[in-house]
Design a protein around this ligand. Structure first.
Ligand SMILES: Cc1ncc(COP(=O)(O)O)c(C=O)c1O
Length: 403
């Protein structure tokens, strides 16, 4: 490790709040699906900044648009109109069928807005329905509201007390869901394909039970599509693939392709409950962020990147299933499109560390799962390269060898 690298690490360790256990690498630049560290070493990136860098790194169209916008106007606040927010909202509405958007800067804020406006909807009708139903293995973010519907006690316990009226249900137990959702449930919140919780797609049976429960009781449905939405699975949203009809939806991550922007999307009946001054964000949906989102949405839809995700994702799936067939330590392969998890019969960290040493970035989630979230622009050739490295990393970890 060079002195420059150790200096970076030392400075952070001294002055940055120690909540991230970082990998021992300092990235300085990127190109497409590759990142380069301060020592000039290249890595194939199958993490994409946790599902954010959908267009790859240093995408020329995105970089040019951001530079142009920066030289024109970056930010004016939500006190005034600007030409881009309505454009992004229209595109998201076309894609989701949810006609109104509230813009913010992170996934947790988008979830928070969904939780607030689910409440607002019931308040507007003078009805008390404070209950929320969420799912085991869910992850919705780190703000108090989002944390309250996040399952893992490791994230929750240090910040108790959280919202009290939340019930968690196993995503494999439709009967429990049907029993949990009652006339005092304000909303059911779910990730149709759970990301942080171990890459676990909802089954069609469970999705049908959710629809049945919400229809029977009138409870609102919030779909958290922050990680699995906006093309990540090869479809615009995984909830629609399951036939779910959410009243509220949270999107983020890929939306700005690296520039922070997220949104809560609302059906007209929920949006009608909102009044001026109910909610707000200083940065939310500023010009720079909206410009980046427009580039992302143009690439995804107008230039049909979404079809590429579906086809290269199928190629990746075939390769992962072949790896699973070769390595007994892989218990299950789960995912869709370009979000995949290899569930191991042991902790996943040694695989992640062996992969890093081989020049491949993957990450661990839910202790035993190796998660892959490559940029949408990954090619079949890069997938093959990644699969070969992953195969070696699993072999090393299975043998208990350091590389
Ligand atoms: C499904 C889901 N919801 C919410 C969040 C929170 O997003 P952010 O970290 O941008 O606040 C995440 C982040 O990983 C997520 O995967």
């Amino acid at each position: 490790m060079t002195t420059a690298t150790t200096n970076v690490m030392a400075l952070e360790t001294e002055h940055v709040l120690q909540v991230y256990k970082r990998n021992p690498v300092v990235f300085e630049r990127g190109r497409g699906c590759r990142l380069f560290d301060g020592e000039g070493r290249g890595y194939l990136d199958l993490v994409s900044g946790v599902g954010v860098a959908a267009l790859g790194h240093a995408n020329p169209r995105l970089a040019a648009a951001i530079a142009d916008q920066a030289a024109t106007l970056i930010h004016t606040s939500n006190l005034y109109f600007h030409p881009l927010q309505g454009e992004v909202a229209t595109r998201l509405s076309d894609l989701s069928g949810l006609p109104r958007a509230f813009f913010c800067n992170s996934g947790a804020e988008a979830v928070e807005a969904c939780l607030k406006f689910a409440r607002r909807y019931w308040h507007a009708q003078n009805v008390s329905r404070p209950g929320l139903v969420a799912f085991d293995h869910s992850f919705h973010g780190r703000t108090i509201g989002a944390l309250s519907v996040t399952w893992d006690d490791h994230y929750r316990a240090p910040f108790a007390p959280l919202l009290s009226d939340v019930q968690f249900v196993s995503p494999n137990d439709p009967d429990a869901l049907l029993a949990a959702v009652t006339e005092s449930t304000g909303a059911v919140i779910l990730e149709p394909l759970q990301g942080e919780g171990g890459v676990r797609p909802f089954s069609q049976r469970m999705a049908d039970a959710v629809t049945e429960a919400c229809t029977r009781t009138g409870a609102l449905l919030i779909a958290d599509e922050i990680q699995c939405g906006l093309g990540r699975t090869g479809r615009p949203f995984y909830s629609s693939a399951l036939g779910l009809r959410p009243d509220l939806m949270a999107v983020g991550k890929a939306l700005g392709a690296g520039v922070p922007i997220a949104a809560a999307l609302f059906s007209e009946r929920v949006a009608k409950a909102a009044a001026f001054g109910d909610h707000g964000s200083t940065y939310g949906g500023n010009l720079l962020a909206c410009r980046a989102a427009l580039v992302f949405l143009e690439e995804l839809i107008d230039r049909d990147l979404i079809s590429h995700v579906a086809s290269v994702g199928a190629h990746l799936e075939r390769g992962l299933r072949a790896i699973a067939a070769r390595h007994a330590i892989v218990r299950e392969v789960r995912g869709a499109g370009l979000i995949w998890g290899l569930d191991l019969d042991r902790p996943a960290l040694p695989v992640v560390e062996a992969a890093l040493e081989l020049g491949l970035l993957v990450n661990r989630t839910s202790d035993t799962v190796v998660r892959l979230l490559p940029p949408f622009v990954i090619t079949e050739g890069e997938v093959d390269e990644a699969l070969a490295l992953l195969d070696r990393a699993i072999e090393k970890a299975a043998e208990g060898k350091a590389s």
